[in-house]
Write a protein that binds this ligand. Structure first.
Ligand code: SAH
Ligand code: SF4
Length: 350
């Protein structure tokens, strides 16, 4: 290794042969060795015990941490959701969440951006605006931190901060890395991309024909209301969104999810149910009903039990397929749409 060589910010996102070059390794098999240790989640070169000691020492001195980010806060609530605040190399902070379901399956909820430019009025992240896109290694590192805490994590959803379709290539790079059978080997069907309805992204995903799962945050099938609460609907109104979804379905041929955040007195009456039934005609979807997670600074309310039950009865009558999602993570503000960070930390790398 050349002493003066510039070390990368992170070793995550690189294939074994790219590691060879980045670290100036002499032996070609050492790229694979380092890669294997990275996937195991070791904290430093020192733990890579099949590398020669002097090499470990030199690499360790040049790069004390294998990740560009670090956990700066960890909170667990009564539902078993653990929220991590991750400090990035430039001092920005993102959040990711470990969710555990009834079957004890663990899902990593990852962020794709710091903040979000989409400005949905019911979402805390939306109130932050966009700070910046995450690079692929910063997306992967969230999973690295999560795996160190919960090694049995098998599923990934892009439902943390940010709009994944607005950071498409970095998200796809991260997914490709996380899917790699020689790495984390996460099945594509265990990965969900959630979008507010950015049509070009949906079409790009259709073209890639990557069998990840797609979730679309519909929230309402009323064009006027949607434009009011989700500015993305101005650029891509429901008609365009539906066309893109039909195209996606045609190319990928898989059932997808519509996320329906229920807002008191806004999108839960008989008319809303009818509009939803009309929208899904011709689409192979299941609607995921999510009661709005409160955020004190936002002017919405969570619908009560009765209101939700009445809405569900309407959906039953109309034959709309749905699931109900219990909002895990509320206790740590780690539930959907509750992720927002104001603090900033000092530069992680010093
Ligand atoms: N930007 C992407 C992914 C992140 S948002 C998207 O919009 O799909 C993840 C999910 O949280 C979306 O389904 C969104 O509609 C939902 N969400 C946002 N704010 C929420 C809130 N306050 N309560 C419940 N769900 C919310
Ligand atoms: Fe962004 Fe999704 Fe929140 Fe809308 S719901 S502001 S797209 S993170």
């Amino acid at each position: 290794m050349d002493e003066t060589m510039r070390m990368p910010k992170s070793l995550y996102g690189m294939k074994p042969n790219e590691l060879l070059g980045a670290l100036g390794l002499a032996k070609s098999y050492q790229g694979k060795q380092v890669h294997k240790w990275l996937i195991r989640g070791v904290a430093s070169f020192d733990e890579m015990t099949d590398l020669p000691k002097d090499l470990r020492e030199r690499l360790g001195a040049a790069m004390p941490s294998l990740t560009s980010s670090r956990i700066i806060d960890e909170q667990t609530d009564s539902s078993g959701a653990t929220k991590l605040a991750i400090g990035l190399h430039d001092g920005a902070v993102v959040e990711c969440v470990i969710l555990t379901d009834k079957e004890n399956r663990k899902t990593a909820c990852l962020s794709s951006q710091v903040g979000c430019a989409m400005g949905c009025t019911f979402c805390r992240t939306g109130t932050m605006g966009l700070v910046r896109n995450l690079q692929a290694f910063e997306i992967i590192e969230q999973f690295v931190h999560i795996r160190r805490i919960a090694p049995e994590t098998t599923h990934i959803v892009f439902m943390g901060m940010g709009e994944p379709m607005a950071n498409f290539s970095e998200v796809i790079h991260a997914i490709t890395y996380l899917h790699d059978p020689n790495g984390y080997d996460i099945g594509l069907r265990k990965i969900t991309i959630s979008t507010c309805g950015l049509v070009p992204g949906i079409l790009q995903l259709a073209e890639l024909n990557l069998p990840v799962r797609l979730a679309v945050s519909l929230v309402t099938a009323d064009d006027r209301l949607r434009t009011t609460i989700m500015p993305v609907n101005k650029a891509y109104p429901l008609g365009d969104l539906k066309k893109a979804l039909i195209r996606y379905q045609h190319m990928v041929g898989k059932r997808f999810t519509l996320e329906y955040v229920m807002l008191h007195d806004q999108n839960t009456d008989g008319k809303a149910a009818k509009q939803l039934a009309d929208f899904i005609r011709g689409l192979d979807v299941v609607v995921n009903l999510i009661p709005w997670n409160p955020a004190a600074e936002l002017p919405w309310e969570t619908p009560g039990r009765k209101e939700i039950d009445a809405f569900i009865r309407e959906l039953d009558l109309l034959g709309v397929p749905y699931t109900r999602r219990f909002s895990r993570g509320r206790g740590v503000n780690g539930a959907c749409g509750q992720l927002a960070v104001k603090q900033s930390v000092g530069d992680v790398n010093g």
